[in-house]
Design a protein. Structure first.
Length: 594
């Protein structure tokens, strides 16, 4: 959409090379964004998306150094000739890593900082803080410590701090990567409303284009420092070949229609059902389906077991194929209560058993206790009440180093783990400290597994967030631990890298426990899914059981994948595009109404 209100962003022949690098990160970028447009900028990990955003508010080249050429104009103002005060009035930038942006200790102070520096009146500042926190669903945390927030909650605060300044351009770098699905939808709906009502120009970088596509006007794709694709969102998925070639995630409704040979690209469940009714069922069976009403969808009823503080995983046959009754328990948790303040518990009576060889996904709303639970499994946090046993040892008497070589942990923020001068050194550090004999083989295998072997000589801090995360993962798998703990491992990753990483763990003999908001990844790779809400496990079972448990999903701010919703409407049992296509084609061939 071009609103005809004038050009807001104009980039011409932009080249940029980071200090110490010989290869440019941006290579002749030309981009024009009109006032009031909502543009999604996507592309493979490390293609230059975040770098491009940083040119909009002058961080590049004013703060970064390096070699810069070309022109970047915002509202006709050349960013290289303007100071930060001038640019910040026009451009609000939400960083990829919220910890890089938050510096106040109290939420209210963080959100108020921008308006205060813009010299707004105190009453107006209070109103803007209140409005911004309400927009992102964080009003109840106004006086909370920023250090007590989860990653997803921190992302919301960063968005609120930019919204409070009411910039004309809002540049956002993966602002929803750590948010739960319902929170993601709420924030995007609100940003879209600001875009429509205030004509705020939005340029948003995100790998989760399958979730963003319904909200945006235009999709721009980068690869290797260049813009290689630029189309209105309504037409972008008519050209699937480029998305497949670059390993980008495609909305399931689109993938379903194209897999059935339908030349349509619906971006919603209701849109997909309307297309199927119009162009598939009538043609193949002569029978039309009743019009879908997503408002009435309650999912398929299920007897999926709900977890409570009394449940014991050993007493329930819910494990995947790679576990058996003879497999030993490597994690045993009994009545675990824990929190960062004595009068505010984050975990509330957790009971859990995990066996060797399981791949367990922990899901739930932001702030539900997922990361806190993971930190207990690494003996980084200790119980306030109850006990945690890892490999049969009570963690109260252990420090994290006592599990070195046996437990590997990758933090939600990979920057907390990276301190060496090269990717290769990061990966070598663990095996060297543990005095392994086959160090070089371990290092090479780990770098190859995470697709970062070509980056082995690079400084980790100079990489994209997705590449830094894979470096952190490589540094853990190089020691081949028996238990691997990952906190949001798909953040900042494109489809190819997600699949390669998770396939590695699927084929590895280690026990894997990972926190994620990515329902599709959890369904595809976990042998078991735990759903958390308000510090408790409210569902525990195989992926298909849990995904059908719509009541627990709703409580945990999770949603069913679109393909599951579509299958539910059609009355068939399918959990992936491939399964649904197979079911539909077999039924229509037989002439049976779906």
């Amino acid at each position: 959409m071009v609103c005809g209100c004038g050009t807001m962003i104009e980039i011409k022949d932009l080249w940029y090379t980071y200090p110490g690098r010989s290869e440019p990160t941006l290579k002749g970028i030309n981009l024009r964004v009109e006032k009031g447009e909502f543009v999604l900028l996507t592309g493979p990990t490390g293609c230059g998306k975040s770098t491009l955003l940083k040119t909009l508010n002058g961080i590049i080249p004013h703060e970064s150094g390096g070699i810069f050429s070309g022109s970047v104009k915002v509202k006709g103002m050349e960013t290289t000739d303007s100071n930060h005060m001038e640019i910040s009035k026009e451009v609000g930038l939400v960083f990829q890593n919220p910890d890089d942006q938050i510096f106040s200790t109290i939420v209210e102070d963080e959100v108020a900082f921008g308006p205060e520096n813009l010299c707004f009146e105190q009453k107006e500042i209070d109103r803007k803080v209140e409005d911004a926190l309400q927009i992102v669903g964080m009003s109840d945390h106004r006086f909370a410590s920023t250090n007590s927030l989860s990653g997803g909650q921190k992302q919301r605060i960063c968005i609120a701090s930019m919204l409070a300044m009411v910039p004309e351009v809002l540049a956002m770098d993966e602002p929803i990567s750590q948010m739960d699905p319902v929170g993601t939808h709420e924030v995007l709906n609100t940003v879209r409303e600001l875009n429509r009502k205030l004509k705020t120009t939005i340029l948003l970088v995100e790998h989760r284009l399958h979730e963003l596509a319904p909200f945006v006007d235009r999709i721009v794709v980068m690869d290797d420092g260049k813009i290689v694709f630029d189309q209105p969102a309504s037409k972008a998925f008519d050209h699937l070949e480029i998305f497949y070639r670059l390993g980008l995630r495609i909305p399931e409704p689109v993938e379903l229609c194209h897999s059935l040979g339908i030349k349509a690209s619906p971006l919603s469940v209701s849109g997909a059902l309307a297309v199927l009714n119009r162009e598939y069922f009538k043609e193949n069976t002569g029978i039309s389906q009743p019009p879908p009403n997503p408002e009435e969808n309650t999912g398929v009823k299920t007897s999926s077991r709900k977890a409570s503080v009394e449940n014991n995983a050993f007493e329930n046959n819910i494990f995947g194929n790679n576990t058996s009754e003879n497999n030993a328990s490597i994690i045993s948790i009994q009545d675990l209560w824990s929190g960062y303040e004595k009068n505010k518990m984050v975990l509330k009576g957790i009971n859990l058993e995990i066996r060797k060889g399981e791949r367990v996904a922990i899901m739930g709303t932001n702030g539900s206790g997922k990361s806190t639970l993971l930190l207990h499994l690494a003996a980084i946090l200790k119980p306030y009440k109850g006990n945690v046993k890892v490999f049969g040892e009570d963690t109260r008497s252990k420090n994290p180093y006592s599990f070195a070589g046996k437990v590997g942990f990758v933090f939600q923020n990979p920057d907390l783990m990276l301190f060496c001068d090269s990717v290769e050194e990061e990966t070598r550090f663990g095996p060297v400290q543990l005095k392994y004999s086959d160090i070089e083989e371990r290092v090479r295998n780990s770098l190859e597994a995470m697709s970062i072997l070509p980056l082995r000589h690079d400084l980790p801090q100079a990489l994209s967030r997705g590449q830094r995360l894979r470096t952190a993962v490589a540094s853990v798998i190089s020691i081949n631990p028996e238990l691997i703990l990952l906190d949001e491992p798909t953040t900042g990753q494109d489809r190819v890298n997600i699949e390669q990483m998770m396939d590695f763990f699927k084929n590895n003999n280690s026990t894997l426990i990972f926190c994620t908001h990515d329902v599709e990844v959890a369904m595809s790779y976990a042998t078991r899914i735990l759903v958390m809400n308000d510090g408790q496990i409210i569902a525990d079972g195989k992926g298909k059981e849990v995904i059908k448990d719509t009541e627990s999903l709703r409580k945990a701010s999770l949603t069913q994948p679109p393909v599951v919703e579509i299958a539910n409407y059609l009355g068939v049992n399918a959990f992936s595009v491939k399964e649904l296509v197979k079911t539909l084609t077999s039924r229509t061939v037989e002439g049976i109404k779906c």
